[in-house]
Design a protein around this ligand. Sequence first.
Ligand code: IP8
Length: 250
Amino acid sequence: MKLVKLGGSVITFKGERKRFRSKITEDLAGELAPFKEELCVVHGGGSYGHPLAHRYELHRGLHRQEQLAGFAEVHRSMRELNGRVLRALHSHMIPAVSIPPAPLVSMEGGEVVSFTGGPFQRYLDAGLVPVTFGDVVLDSLRGSAVLSGDDLMLLLARVLKPVTTIFVADVDGVKGPDGTLLPVVSSTLSEVPLLEDEMDVTGGLRRKLSLMFQMAKEGFRCLIISGLARGRLRGALEGRDVPCTEVRWA
Ligand code: IP8
């Protein structure tokens, strides 16, 4: 089975307020379509999630009454984005069904402490394509936390045991200091050049990579590819050599 994350920077225009990249997402859905019998999709928040969650400081916990309205608004915005992703998948005859993550995840101090993955396997067994997404969730210590799509990739990989996990980004992969694409990034590499985005409420590229290293450590093949270059997602899913970065443990 294949586990694919459509990054928020690919399916939305990240610098703008709630702008969906419909053409790109539909093209990506077309590339996913041949694999619909063995597919689970996760998507990020992009401009539908991060700026709002940041504005209400939901990644820092619930401390003020007005944050409740913010919590509800971020969730609604993520549901809106999720509806658009579903529509793109449906336009390519992928039987995609939304499984919102919040009721299935318990968080404590910003860390996931339990995850119920059974529903995902049941949907897959029924021939459907489960689609889930990063969202605001309750946190037993802080009140609220932001669960990222990357966290979900690790949690789902443990349950679904995918052959390949693909992170679709708006860049070709990880670049070295001279700007060339690194075909492999290993956990022993001490200095990976990282660009941080201060609006990112789920830890940016640093946290993303550490989750990927964890996935690689647990034996999952983990690729970062560009969703803006046509055919790469399909090529990677077919097991062909495409420009990408593979994240490896050690
Ligand atoms: O873009 C974050 O998911 P991510 C979701 O995968 C929200 O980190 C609500 C910001």
